[in-house]
Design a protein around this ligand. Structure first.
Ligand code: HEM
Length: 500
């Protein structure tokens, strides 16, 4: 605390003591009636009751840190994004890594997908990469997202996590089988944030000023190497130190052991997408690397812990809709839904002016005078500038005329998006194709000694909690469609464990 810093009330008025109450004392001096004039006491109590903001409905438990993204090379052959147009160009970064289902106070070594919220403060505004540590997802129809998450959370009656509910959802919605296999592999219990990879999962687009574009998927690979806990280790640590992952990364950064990740893209031509073996807008599928190899575009290093968790991390908001010129969304329906869901969540959780909070604010000048006012506006609110579009009294200037770049560089749409379809209802259907990539993953796991056995043990740990024999049989059948042997072994091991 600096020498000239002194205690005041929230309005700046100096106060002699922070722990005195103003009371009407009784004659004996043993009790006292509180007075409304005790502003300090009233304000202290009132503020305490309002300290909590809603925790995120998913991804509540997290750790965050600041760092830097460094471009590997000039990527202007594939994108006009300014943060990627020069080798060595650096942009500041904020990262928040979370578990998905459990609440803010839960154990961070729980078996769960881990979320990756990353904000790159570029010189053309903010770009958010809202990824997971798995390359695929449980669903491909966005309407299923709330249902899927509720089935992973607490039972509405018992308020307990419930394996019956979990497996009931997944048997009824088997498109998640690829993701389930990843979740119950060793990667479902990462050793810490420092040792996990992250993936865009969705197809995005790199766009160029001439209107051309490429489809991309982004992969971030940990330079510390992928390391995981076994089920037993993760369970033990969950009891002993539920904040293990927070502690691990916070302390590493304090020790100046800065974790870093190499950033790659898989790049696909639009014409290739039309005939590719897999639907590139189906997030339950990957693009095998033999078809689309990784190209390195940069490196991300974390080098600074937050100064204040609430201000820097809890108040952070990330959205796939936060995109810079040169980077664009694809027609994946889950991604399209997410473009709406995140700003909507931020407005609910943080308020309509959440972009002004220091941790979310762009590091370039923001001039958005047609969004005004609202709760907790704390900048100058654009003074007397026109609050309506197309003013001739004070015309609005645009980026191309100020920077001398072509208007196309800011184009939102690309050639591949000349839609001719009719409005239709659509729910995806399960076919044998949905089990091809999971079967390949099962074979890949088999190359690592003991990994298939561990997957079965991890599954047994959960499926044995399912009470209904019919539902258990459906779970065995689901995994049997991946590999008959897997289904049979899972059945045998689970029923044996139940019989014990
Ligand atoms: C229809 C699908 C999805 C919907 C509706 C959805 C919705 C949400 C919502 C409402 C939040 C809380 C946001 C907040 O309160 O600030 C959230 C957080 C998050 N989601 Fe999703 N999500 C979906 C799919 C996905 C997918 C596919 C990924 C990863 C590829 C993902 C990654 C994340 C991450 C990393 C966070 C935490 C962000 C943070 O740290 O603040 N979500 N999601």
């Amino acid at each position: 605390m600096s020498a000239d810093k002194y205690y005041t009330l929230a309005e700046g008025c100096p106060f002699a003591s922070s722990s005195t109450a103003v009371l009407m004392r009784n004659r004996q001096g043993t009790g006292g009636l509180g007075l409304l004039q005790d502003t300090q006491l009233i304000e202290t109590l009132a503020h305490f009751s309002r300290e909590r903001i809603p925790e995120r409905v998913v991804h509540a438990k997290a750790i965050g840190a600041y760092g830097v993204f460094e471009a590997e090379a000039d990527c202007s052959d594939i994108t006009s994004a300014s943060f990627l147009n020069k080798a060595g160009k650096k942009s500041p970064v904020l990262l928040r890594v979370s578990t998905v289902g459990p609440e803010s106070g839960s154990a961070d070594t729980s078996r769960d997908v881990h979320g990756w919220g990353m904000k790159i403060y570029t010189d053309e505004g903010n770009l958010d990469w809202v990824f997971n540590n798995t390359p695929v997802f449980f669903i491909r129809d966005p309407i299923k997202f709330p249902s899927m998450n509720r089935s992973h959370k607490r039972h509405p009656r018992s308020h307990l996590p419930d394996a019956n509910m979990f497996w009931d959802f997944h048997v009824g919605n088997p498109e998640g089988i690829h993701q389930l296999l990843v979740l119950f592999s060793d990667r479902g219990t990462p050793r810490s944030v420092r040792f996990l990879n992250s993936y865009s999962g969705h197809t995005y687009k790199f766009t160029k000023e001439d209107g051309s574009f490429k489809y991309i998927k982004i992969h971030m690979k940990t330079q510390q190497g992928v390391k995981n806990f076994t089920r037993e280790e993760a369970t033990k640590i969950a009891g002993e130190d539920p904040d293990y992952m927070i502690r691990d990364m916070f302390e590493a950064i304090e020790r100046k052991e800065y974790p870093s990740w190499d950033v790659f893209v898989q790049v696909m031509e639009p014409s290739e997408a039309e005939t590719y073996r897999w639907n590139i807008f189906d997030m339950t599928k990957v693009w095998p690397h033999k078809d689309f190899p990784l190209r390195k575009i940069g490196k991300m290093t974390l080098n600074q812990n937050p100064n204040n968790y609430f201000a820097d991390i809890e108040q952070a908001s990330f959205s796939p809709s936060t995109m810079v010129p040169g980077f664009s969304a694809s027609a994946d329906p889950v991604l399209q839904a997410r473009l709406f869901a995140y700003p909507d969540a931020a407005r609910y959780r943080l308020g309509v002016n959440y972009q002004q909070l220091p941790t979310n604010a762009a590091k370039v000048p923001v001039y958005c005078p047609f969004e005004r006012d609202g709760k907790m506006r704390f900048d100058g609110n654009y003074g007397g500038d026109p609050n309506y579009v197309n003013s001739s009294l004070q015309p609005t200037k645009y980026y191309p005329e100020v920077k001398g770049v072509s208007p196309q560089s800011l184009a939102l749409h690309t050639e591949h998006e000349k839609w001719v379809g009719e409005v239709s209802t659509y729910t995806s259907h399960i076919t044998d194709d949905d089990f091809v990539q999971p079967a390949e993953l099962w074979d890949i796991l088999g190359r690592e000694p003991g990994h298939q056995e561990r997957v079965i043990e991890n599954l047994v740990g959960s499926v044995r909690e399912v009470k209904s024999p019919n539902l258990r049989n459906e779970v065995y059948a689901l995994f049997g469609r991946v590999n008959q042997d897997l289904g049979a072994k899972l059945k045998q091991a689970t029923e044996a464990a139940i019989g014990k």
